[in-house]
Design a protein around this ligand. Structure first.
Ligand SMILES: *[C@@H]1O[C@H](CO)[C@@H](O)[C@H](O)[C@H]1NC(C)=O
Ligand SMILES: *[C@@H]1O[C@H](CO)[C@@H](O)[C@H](O)[C@H]1NC(C)=O
Ligand SMILES: *[C@@H]1O[C@H](CO)[C@@H](O)[C@H](O)[C@H]1NC(C)=O
Length: 445
C-alpha cells in the first residue's frame, strides 16, 4: 500500500512536511490544517517521547539518529534532511538514493536513521516527522567533526638559509572546527622570537628576523582542534654561516720534554673541514709519535686539540688551526714558547692555580649561550658577533709579559678565554715571584 506514497514536498512558512497520497491536505503557512483535523484529541495522537538528540560524529564513522514516537498507531514516521529539503525515509522505506543511508525500527515506536561513513556534507539538521494533521516534527543536529590535517602544499618544507636573513615558516591546516596551529622546536628548547625566548609561537607563520645559528633546529608545526588525533609536521631549518674560530690560549708555554696540548674552537655550517698546520704552513698529520690531533663535534661546533708529545727546541714556534667550509675559511695562530722546567714539586702545585680564572670565563660563555647570543667564546657582556681575529688583547698581553703557564691537560675541557684585569695583575705578580724564586735557586747552584 505504501507504494502509493508520493513524496510531495510542500514548503510551508514555518517548516517542511510531506503529505502522502491518501491524506492530501492543504496546509497553510502556520502549519495548521485548513480542512481541520482531530488535533484536539492530543492524548490519543502520536507524541514524541523525547527530543532528537544532537549527534557528533567524526568524519568516516557511522551516525545514528533516533526518533521515538508514542501512540503512532496508523501514522507514519519520516526522516527529512532539513537544509537540502530531502526526504530520506518514509515509514519502512528509504527514499533517498544515498547508499550510505539506511533505516531501522523497533516496536513501531523507535525509528533510527543510520548514516554510514559520515561525510562533511552530512552535517546539518535532521527532522523526524509524523504525518498527523498538522504535521508534528522534531529535529536534531548532526555535527560532523574532522580531525586536523596539514596541507602539505601550503606548508613549508625543510629550509637552508643564510645567517642574518629573514625566515618565514608557514603551516596551513584544515579540519572542523578550524584547527589551532602553533610552532615549537622538536628538542623542546625555547625559540628566540622578537627579542624574547618563547617555547611556542601561536599561529600559522613563524617569522624569524635575522635568523641566527641558534635557530638551527627541527621545528614542529602542530595543528589541533579537539578532534583526535592532533597532527604535526617536522620542518628542519638549517642556517649557513662561514667558519668562525676562537682560541682559548693564543700563547702556550711548555718546557722541554713536556707534552702540550693546543686548543681551538670553531663554528661553521655546513660543517667545516678542520686541520692544523705548522708555522711554515705544512699540514700536521695526526697519529705520529709526535702529534695527535683530536676533533670533537657538537652540532655546528667543533673543538680541536693538538697534542704535541715530548716538546723539544724545534717544536717551539707558531701553529695554526684552520677551518674551511663552502662559505669561507678562517685560521688562528697559537704560539708555543719555552718556559723553564719546574724544579720542585712545590712550584708545580702552584702552577695549577690558573684554572680558576679560566673557569669563571667559561661560565660566562655558557651564560652567553643561554642568552641565545651568537657570540662565541667572548665576554658575556659583549653581544657582537666576534670577527675571527678579535683576540688582540691576548696578543698584547702576551708580548708585554712572560708567557702564561699552561694548565695541566685534565683542565682542558673548561678552558676558555683571557683573564680579567685584576686577576691578570695577580697572575703576573705570582709569575714574577715564581721567577724570582727559580732564579734564586739557580744562583744557589
Ligand atoms: C542541539 O543543538 C542545537 C544547537 O546546535 C541546540 O539549540 C539544541 O538545544 C540541541 N538539542 C539537544 C537535544 O541537545
Ligand atoms: C627582515 O625583516 C625586518 C623586519 O620585518 C625588516 O626590517 C628587514 O628589512 C628584513 N630584512 C630583509 C633582508 O629582508
Ligand atoms: C725534536 O723532535 C723532532 C721530531 O721528533 C726531531 O726530528 C728532532 O731531531 C728533535 N730535535 C732535537 C733537538 O732533539
Amino acid at each position: 500500500m505504501l507504494v502509493l506514497v508520493v513524496a510531495v514536498a510542500v514548503v510551508t512558512g514555518g517548516g517542511w512536511c510531506f503529505v502522502d497520497g491518501r491524506h492530501v491536505r492543504n496546509i497553510d503557512s502556520n502549519g495548521i490544517s485548513v480542512l481541520g483535523g482531530d488535533f484536539n484529541h492530543d492524548s490519543v495522537f502520536p507524541r514524541f517521547a523525547e527530543p532528537i538528540p544532537n549527534v557528533t560524529v567524526t568524519v568516516g564513522r557511522d551516525a545514528l539518529l533516533a526518533c521515538v514516537v508514542d501512540n503512532l498507531r496508523t501514522f507514519k514516521v519520516a526522516w527529512v534532511r532539513v537544509d537540502t529539503q530531502t526526504i530520506l525515509s518514509i515509514h519502512h522505506n528509504v527514499i533517498t538514493q544515498n547508499p550510505r543511508i539506511s533505516l531501522s525500527y523497533n516496536d513501531h515506536r523507535s525509528w533510527y536513521l543510520h548514516i554510514k561513513n559520515v561525510q562533511e556534507v552530512d552535517r546539518g539538521w535532521y527532522m523526524c516527522q509524523v504525518n498527523t494533521d498538522p504535521m508534528r516534527s522534531r529535529q536534531g543536529y548532526l555535527q560532523v567533526v574532522v580531525p586536523p590535517s596539514i596541507i602539505d602544499k601550503e606548508t613549508s618544507s625543510d629550509m637552508v638559509v643564510l645567517e642574518s636573513s629573514n625566515v618565514s615558516l608557514t603551516c596551513k591546516a584544515t579540519g572542523y572546527p578550524d584547527p589551532y596551529v602553533m610552532w615549537r622546536r622538536e628538542d623542546g628548547e625555547d625559540i628566540r622570537y622578537n627579542g624574547e625566548n618563547v617555547n611556542v609561537v601561536d599561529g600559522e607563520i613563524l617569522f624569524i628576523t635575522k635568523v641566527s645559528r641558534l635557530h638551527m633546529a627541527v621545528y614542529l608545526c602542530i595543528a589541533s582542534n579537539g578532534v583526535p588525533p592532533s597532527i604535526s609536521k617536522r620542518v628542519q631549518l638549517k642556517v649557513q654561516f662561514p667558519p668562525m674560530l676562537s682560541i682559548p690560549n693564543q700563547l702556550e708555554g711548555a718546557y722541554i720534554g713536556q707534552d702540550v696540548t693546543l686548543e681551538c674552537r670553531t663554528e661553521a655550517f655546513p660543517t667545516s673541514i678542520n686541520y692544523w698546520t705548522t708555522e711554515r704552513g705544512d699540514m700536521i698529520i695526526s697519529g705520529s709519535d709526535k702529534y695527535e690531533a683530536v676533533s670533537m663535534d657538537n652540532g655546528y661546533k667543533k673543538y680541536m686539540m693538538l697534542k704535541i708529545r715530548r716538546v723539544n727546541k724545534s717544536d717551539f714556534g707558531s701553529y695554526k688551526c684552520v677551518a674551511k667550509n663552502s662559505l669561507g675559511e678562517t685560521d688562528g695562530v697559537i704560539k708555543l714558547e719555552e718556559i723553564p722546567a719546574p724544579t720542585t714539586t712545590k712550584a708545580t702545585s702552584h702552577l695549577v692555580a690558573t684554572p680558576s680564572i679560566k673557569k669563571g670565563v667559561a661560565r660566562g660563555l655558557e651564560k652567553g649561550r643561554n642568552d641565545n647570543r651568537v657570540d662565541f667564546g667572548g665576554d658575556p657582556e659583549d653581544s657582537r658577533i666576534p670577527a675571527d681575529y678579535e683576540y688582540d688583547s691576548e696578543y698584547t698581553l702576551s708580548s708585554s709579559g712572560p708567557p702564561p703557564i699552561r694548565e695541566p691537560p685534565f683542565a682542558l675541557s673548561g678552558a676558555a678565554h683571557c683573564p680579567q684585569p685584576s686577576s691578570t695583575f695577580f697572575f703576573f705578580a705570582f709569575f714574577f715571584f715564581l721567577r724570582a724564586v727559580l732564579a734564586r735557586q739557580e744562583d744557589r747552584r
